[in-house]
Design a protein around this ligand. Structure first.
Ligand code: GCU
Length: 713
């Protein structure tokens, strides 16, 4: 044993001594930069040695992570010890330590305790948990505290995840492309799997474990049946083997008609015994290769995907049939509620609720219904989805989009923490005041134990993983909020900035200020005051509010803004689609009246006259123009702030961000000018004084064409 430890320590020391890599973003928030000022001594004092008796792959991963990071932070390889030592970190489970001086009740398998204590007269830091994965999470939490400058003297932290399934959803295709991906090709090298398991998979697992993500759906919801064939199951199993020590289970998206496509069945009717038997056999085959396989994610009867409704069966019939197949193995089914039908003339925002609400109580107990944060589609801002709070008997899983399909794709700096937070904090009033979406998701509102939250990943093979340094913050924020939906987006931004750049407040403060207003700025320069879905067709890149000629009404931006000579906005009150009635009465009442509707959601729910006076006393038209102006001005301010940070940030990451802010400024202005050129052609009103006219005429904007915009299948 000692010999093994010795070799391992030498290897770590050598790795640490190799030339420093360029700051290209690869290390994410796990850079473990050499600490400055008094920090290295403070950290070193609390990490003189590591006492870590466990030897499972997970326990070793925790210990390795400590050694790797402490070596980088302080330049010294911490010793490994078997006995209490002053300043040591002690990683312990009941199983490895025999008994522990702390109580671990209520922490479950994933929670942890971090406690400063004295052992045999020596001051130490105990990281304790019921399982090794809890230890790994506790280790990352300690590092986070250390690297964000927290005092390590008297730690007393208890933490357990509020949500059980904390998953990334990859929209990755088997050919290596990524739907709505803006960070290069897929990180899954399907072609060379299962033989070649590159180091990136381990780094992916480390990054996810560091923020508590415990599952990943490997393939696109627009799934191909091939992912369920034996060769692809073997490839998925190879990834599962890499991820297992980091507490990450894998899941697969499935295509409803797989039994027909792969085995020639005549039907995919969920009530057909042969179909059910096929899925059972398929589940058995998968679990044989991947004993801890998580389960299936399904997009059915949505945007052209087949599903049970093709056989006059309900979503519940479909979900339950799959649920029965995975149940004996402890698996689950995540059934998506993102549905709208080409032959349904009703308001698209109403359709998921209409389809799913009547099914409440009909789903098997290992099914979660996965609901996007808003009722349309990941817009820069949407009111919370009316299904939250409306299906008390069904665990509802949140689906956020981390990749920024509608928020500037890879280049715009639009920190999504505030968007996630706004949705989680929204009050559904389902059981009176305080029935927040967060309580629906963490199961506390209705007492569900099976709970989940998913984020559509923004990860690709770019060196920086996410297409930009600042996009990494969205991945980070998703994981942190999935662990604890009550964390504040600002506190998360502070943690992220401290680890990503420097804990120096002179860096953290301006970076966080930039981040915190950035999503609102994107709302302002793209879709202010409750507007939505004005993006270019298909690729969703850039403004195209004039589009009116696509086959399905709800594919056209004009369907969403409904601008006419009188005013603009979608009437979702009783005089319109009455979507407001899908919310609990106090919320419905608030949204039904333009005077009580928060201004940020105004045009989502109301068609408002151009000259109507808003709370500020301005007319709607003038206010709209001012929002567009403010959005552009915010980006210009971010450019200035970033320039001031030049001395504090390494060249590579500084330059990338500077270039991307330049793109963002140009595109924010383009959004503003194109939108105003178009809306002015309808509103026929002058721009308020001080607002500059669009740079080009409307036809110029209409003529822009982007056949090769990324992320579009
Ligand atoms: C959006 C997105 C699609 C995706 C779909 C989904 O519509 O543009 O690419 O397939 O959402 O969530 O299923």
């Amino acid at each position: 044993m000692l010999a093994r430890l010795f070799c391992w320590t030498i290897a770590s020391a050598m790795a640490a001594a190799s030339p420093a890599m360029a700051e290209d973003g690869y290390d994410l928030w796990l850079r473990h930069a050499k600490a400055e000022g008094s920090m290295p001594q403070a950290i070193a004092r609390h990490a003189t040695a590591i006492m870590a008796p466990g030897n499972s792959a997970t326990a070793l991963a925790a210990r390795d992570e400590l050694v790797r990071s402490l070596t980088k932070i302080g330049g010294v390889v911490p010793a490994l010890t078997d006995a209490p030592q002053e300043g040591a970190i002690w990683l312990a489970t009941l199983a490895s330590a025999g008994n522990l001086p702390v109580k671990l009740d209520g922490l479950g398998q994933e929670g942890y305790v971090i406690r400063s204590l004295t052992r045999n007269g020596r001051a130490m830091t105990l990281i304790a948990a019921n399982s090794d994965i809890g230890l790994l999470y506790g280790t990352y939490a300690w590092l986070r505290l250390a690297e964000t400058g927290a005092s390590l003297d008297r730690l007393d932290v208890r933490s357990a995840p509020r949500v059980k399934l904390r998953l990334l959803n990859h929209w990755d295709n088997l050919d290596g492309t990524v739907e709505r991906g803006y960070a290069g090709q897929s990180i899954w090298d399907w072609w060379r799997l299962p033989d070649w398991k590159g180091p990136r998979y381990t780094d992916y697992a480390r990054a996810n474990a560091s923020i508590g993500i415990n599952g990943t759906v490997l393939n696109n919801v627009n799934a191909k049946s091939d992912s369920l064939t034996a060769p692809y199951i073997a490839k998925a199993a190879a990834l599962a083997d890499v991820f297992r020590p980091y507490g990450i289970k894998i899941y697969l998206s499935v295509k409803w008609t797989a039994p027909m496509e792969l085995s020639g069945l005549k039907t995919a009717d969920p009530m057909d015994p042969q179909v059910a038997a096929w899925w059972k056999a398929k589940a058995n085959e998968i679990y044989k290769a991947i004993p801890d396989f998580g389960g299936f994610l399904v997009k059915a009867n949505s945007e052209g995907q087949p599903g049970p409704q093709d056989y006059k069966r309900s979503h519940a019939d479909g979900a339950n049939m799959l649920a029965a197949a995975v149940k004996p193995h402890g698996g689950i089914v995540m059934w998506r509620a993102f549905v709208y039908a080409h032959d349904n003339p009703d308001d698209r925002a109403k359709q998921a609720y209409s389809d799913f609400k009547p099914l409440d109580g009909q789903f098997a107990d290992n099914v979660l219904v996965q609901v996007k944060n808003g009722a349309i589609d990941f817009q820069p801002r949407e009111p919370f989805h009316p299904l939250f709070g409306a299906m008390p008997k069904t665990p509802l899983m949140m689906e956020f989009q981390i990749t920024k399909e509608y928020l500037g794709q890879s280049t715009h700096l639009t920190y999504l923490g505030p968007l996630f937070e706004e949705t989680l904090d929204a009050d559904t009033y389902a059981k009176g005041k305080g029935s927040t979406v967060a309580k629906v998701i963490d199961g506390s509102l209705e007492g569900h134990r099976l709970t989940g939250i998913a984020g559509v990943a923004n990860i690709g093979v770019d060196r920086d993983w996410s297409g930009s340094i600042f996009n990494q913050a969205d991945w980070y924020a998703f994981g942190r909020l999935a662990w604890n939906p009550d964390l504040s987006a600002e506190a998360i931004a502070r943690e992220w900035a401290a680890q990503t750049f420097s804990p120096d407040p002179k860096v953290v403060d301006p970076v966080v200020t930039m981040m915190m207003g950035s999503r609102e700025a994107a709302v302002d320069y793209m879709t202010p005051l409750g507007l939505a879905h004005l993006m270019g067709t298909g690729h969703h890149y850039g403004p195209a509010p004039w589009i009116a000629d696509l086959a399905r009404p709800e594919w056209n931006p004009v369907y969403y803004h409904k601008a006419d000579m009188r005013g603009i906005g979608f009437d979702r009150t009783k005089t319109g689609s009455n979507a407001v009635a899908q919310y609990a009465p106090p919320v419905a009442k608030m949204f039904a009246d333009p005077k009580t509707t928060p201004e940020r959601d105004l045009l989502w729910f109301h068609h408002v006259a151009w000259d109507a006076k808003l709370k500020s006393g301005e007319t709607l038209w003038n206010s709209l123009v001012h929002h567009y102006d403010e959005g552009v001005a915010y980006v210009a301010n971010m450019q200035k702030t970033w320039e001031r940070l030049r001395p504090a940030v390494d060249v590579e990451r500084f330059n990338q961000t500077k270039a991307f802010l330049g793109i963002q400024y140009r595109e924010a202005k383009w959004w503003r000018d194109a939108s105003l050129a178009y809306f002015q052609s309808i509103a026929n009103r002058p721009l308020p004084s001080g607002s500059l006219p669009p740079e080009h005429d409307l036809n110029w904007y209409k003529a822009q064409n982007f056949p090769y915009a990324p992320g579009h299948p």
